[in-house]
Write a protein that binds this ligand. Structure first.
Ligand code: SF4
Length: 244
């Protein structure tokens, strides 16, 4: 348990990143630059604080009674956890050896080869699909989506449980052709347990300002409840996936 990782922060009672109550660890570092990112302070891998697996696992054990009683576990998020795959793999291995449920919240952007060692110890993957179109993916995140699709297709062939996430961003992911391209991708991922459609929000804008970064979505309003329902119904009519 000597592997070291750079950590942004953790949350002891997370309820949105996997089943039950969860210890959620946010890793430092991300290769993407999503326009809607609400954690730009996780981007730089040289920042955050270094901890060993043992140090983090001790903190997890302190909270174990809460999350085990709720059917929860540990989720590693970010940033992008795949950037520090050895650390996450070692942490998840320790969790599994103690009967703790593990979830990996990833964009898949580091590619399959890098995250494979983590998957050996992962019960659930929560995969963010940013855009179905390669060029629009680049506009939205700074990188194309081939590596993410490779991870998604691998998960679909594997026996690992996986959920999908997609952010509805007005003008970027909510147009008819954006949704059609998402449907094409979703229909190749029939083993996914569900797709969570998440509305774009502005909660992280103050972090961009604090870092001296310009946010190109600053003037974009979050989608309305009606628009969210309309898109969910469209996706339900075009895929067999559970959309929530
Ligand atoms: S993948 Fe996540 S952490 Fe990285 S830039 Fe996108 S939203 Fe931010």
């Amino acid at each position: 348990m000597t592997e070291k990782g750079r950590i942004h922060s953790w949350e002891t009672c997370g309820t949105v990143d996997g089943p039950g109550i969860r210890f959620v660890l946010f890793m430092q570092g991300c290769p993407l630059r999503c326009l809607y990112c609400h954690n730009p302070d996780t981007w730089e891998i040289s920042e955050g604080q270094e901890y060993t697996v043992e140090e983090i696992f001790k903190r997890i054990l302190r909270n174990e009674p809460y999350f085990q009683a709720s059917g929860g576990g540990v989720t590693v998020s970010g940033g992008e956890p795949g950037l520090q795959a050895q650390f996450v793999a070692e942490l998840f291995k320790e969790c599994k050896q103690h009967g703790i449920h593990t979830a990996l919240d990833t964009s898949g952007s580091v590619g399959l080869k890098k995250i494979l060692p983590i998957l050996d110890w992962t019960d659930l993957v929560i995969l963010d699909l940013k855009h179905g179109n390669l060029e629009k993916h680049r506009l939205l995140t700074g990188k194309t989506n081939e590596k993410i699709i490779e991870v998604a297709e691998y998960l679909n062939q594997s026996s690992i449980k996986f959920w999908l996430r997609h952010v509805l961003v007005p003008g970027y992911t909510d147009r008819k052709d954006d949704l059609e391209q998402l449907v094409l991708l979703l229909n190749k991922l029939e083993r996914a347990e569900k797709l969570e459609l998440i509305p774009y929000h502005k909660l992280g804008l103050h972090k961009w300002a604090a870092l001296g970064l310009t946010n190109r979505l600053a003037s974009v309003s979050p989608p309305s409840i009606t628009k969210m329902e309309e898109v969910k119904n469209f996706l339900r009519s075009r895929t067999k996936l559970k959309i929530c």
